[in-house]
Design a protein around this ligand. Structure first.
Ligand SMILES: Nc1ncnc2c1ncn2[C@@H]1O[C@H](COP(=O)(O)OP(=O)(O)OP(=O)(O)O)[C@@H](O)[C@H]1O
Length: 494
């Protein structure tokens, strides 16, 4: 499971400013969700509109507290399409609270973001030439508004700010607004795909209450897709055929919905009556009918649009690029399409191609951990020298080939390390567990057909197929970052 949402008590911390500014109102104690019959039916509606998000919804309502009580900044985090935005917006709608929503991803630069926030607060004429303009206008708008009710600024996708010019400064301003403006009735909610440590380490003052949105389980994904279906029996029989293979490729609800939509239309084509409850024989016939389309659609999931593929020089001694596959901006597309297990497989393949096989034992211990330093200390200098010479040869030759067994061994090692290390990844890996391994061959063939890997002919000695990774180090690092994998700890360097 992912990092569990903290209990309200353990999550509430005193920021430097709340402890030093005495007249500032104390953030309210989180209270239980209201229990009037009217509200509880609206709460039930809210809960059923977002399957799998009950703990997050209830925590969020508790953290926000009553409408006139200040609340500490909240940081909602989780992978793409885990319902962070939908949950916040629906909770605010349910509570009927005033809020200002801005997605940093669609703003592209600070000026657009600042002016978007101000315009929603009624200051649409204000132009922000400097960062301090935003702060001053925001303060003015809050003072003018001052009606005793909190107003919440919701900043979505704050991880995107880091890639802007002056991104760090902008992020620092956004994350410290609470310290400066809490007494003006401002609540702050940040939504991020990155984990809190990214912000806590770099912006020391920022100490929000964090709320994790773990990836959906298979069952939750099923319930989400079943929502609002006109013919639930038929749709359920459709999902029983298609959902397993697709969730191996992606767990993103938006990707699944758009991939399954045309397939469902196909599935219904042979039927004249959609209200029918398919019996076993009909299910089998429909399954046979849809299956070729399923396999074709599964392959398409990895297609990277050509406009995103830009030429870029190779780095780190890796000389070859896959034909037609260039990276850099391509990663956002890649990130969009690639499942978590495919990303780990790609990282494993990169390591297998990049590192000499002789270093595997030193980099990964038998339980899968990265135990490089300990082992290196035990090796004699001459053994190290020999390995280094071979490794240097590899670096100058470009990416090496490797057999399937080596790929699987590395894959197993790095995924088991991540089960221990990464709170967000933990959920995916534990949940997928065996599934992730059994899925590898399917992922492998898809990675080959998408030119991320290539088959490198048969090894004359072993007679088996060998593979080669076709991505460069920059791309591997980006893939690794997207799943919080510490790739540089595993890459052999001269
Ligand atoms: N639990 C859920 N129930 C119903 N629909 C959901 C659920 N979770 C996600 N979705 C749907 O998936 C899509 C993406 O959800 P949303 O934008 O809320 O995710 P997110 O975590 O904010 O993603 P991102 O990090 O990409 O911004 C939306 O269409 C949303 O309706």
């Amino acid at each position: 499971m992912g990092k569990q949402p903290k209990t309200p008590e353990s999550a509430r911390r005193t920021t430097r400013s709340t402890s030093s500014v005495s007249p500032a109102p104390t953030p309210s104690k989180p209270s239980a969700p209201p229990k009037t019959p009217e509200l509880s039916s609206s709460l039930n509606q809210l809960l059923s509109s977002l399957p799998g998000r009950k703990p997050q919804i209830l925590d969020l309502i508790r953290f926000l507290g009553p409408s006139n009580a200040p609340c500490l900044p909240l940081l909602l985090y989780g992978n793409a399409s885990t319902g962070k935005t939908s949950t916040v917006l629906k909770v605010f709608e349910h509570l009927k609270r005033p809020f200002v929503y801005s997605s940093c991803r669609s703003c592209h630069n600070p000026r657009i973001l600042f002016e978007l926030v101000l315009s929603q607060l009624g200051s649409s004429q204000k132009r922000c030439k400097k960062m301090s303009d935003f702060f001053n206008y925001l303060k003015e708008a809050l003072v003018e508004r001052n009606n005793g009710e909190m107003v919440y600024l919701i900043f979505d996708s704050i991880e995107s700010v880091r890639s802007w010019d002056n991104g760090s400064k902008v992020l620092s301003l956004l994350l410290t607004l609470y310290d400066k403006l809490q007494s003006d009735g401002l609540g702050l909610i940040y939504i991020s795909r990155s984990t809190p440590d990214v912000y806590l380490l770099r912006f020391g003052l920022f100490q929000p209450i964090d709320l994790c949105f773990p990836d959906y389980t298979f069952e939750e994904t099923h319930s989400i897709l079943m929502r609002n279906q006109a013919y639930p029996k038929l749709y359920s029989s459709f999902l029983s055929v298609v959902l397993r293979p697709f969730t191996r490729v992606t767990r993103r609800i938006d990707e699944l919905a758009s991939a399954l939509d045309p397939l469902y239309k196909k599935y219904c084509e042979p039927l004249t009556d959609l209200t029918i409850i398919p019996n076993e024989a009909m299910k089998r016939r429909l399954c046979d009918y849809i299956w070729p389309h399923v396999t074709a659609a599964l392959n398409q999931t990895f297609t990277i649009p050509p406009r995103a593929l830009m030429e870029k020089g190779s780095t780190g001694g890796i000389k070859r690029q896959p034909s037609g596959l260039r990276n850099e901006t391509g990663l956002s597309e890649l990130d969009f399409h690639m499942s978590v297990s495919a990303k780990y497989l790609l990282i494993s393949a990169f390591l297998a191609s990049r590192n000499p096989a002789t270093l595997d034992a030193a980099l990964f211990d038998s339980t899968g951990g990265c135990d490089g330093r300990k082992r290196k200390r035990k090796s004699s200098q001459s053994v190290i020298d020999k390995k280094n010479t071979r490794a240097e040869e590899m670096l100058t030759k470009g990416p090496g080939t490797f057999p399937l067994e080596r790929l699987l061994a590395i894959f197993q090692c790095i995924t088991s390390v991540l089960e221990e290390d990464s709170p967000l990844n933990e959920g995916k890996l534990l949940e997928n567990g065996v599934g992730m391994m059994s899925d590898v061959l399917l992922q492998l063939s898809t990675l080959c057909s998408s030119s991320f890997l290539c088959k490198s002919g048969n090894c004359p000695l072993e007679g088996s197929v060998r593979y080669r990774s076709m991505i460069d180090e920059d791309m591997a690092l980006k893939v690794a970052r997207s799943v919080n994998f510490p790739l540089s700890n595993y890459v052999y360097r001269r």
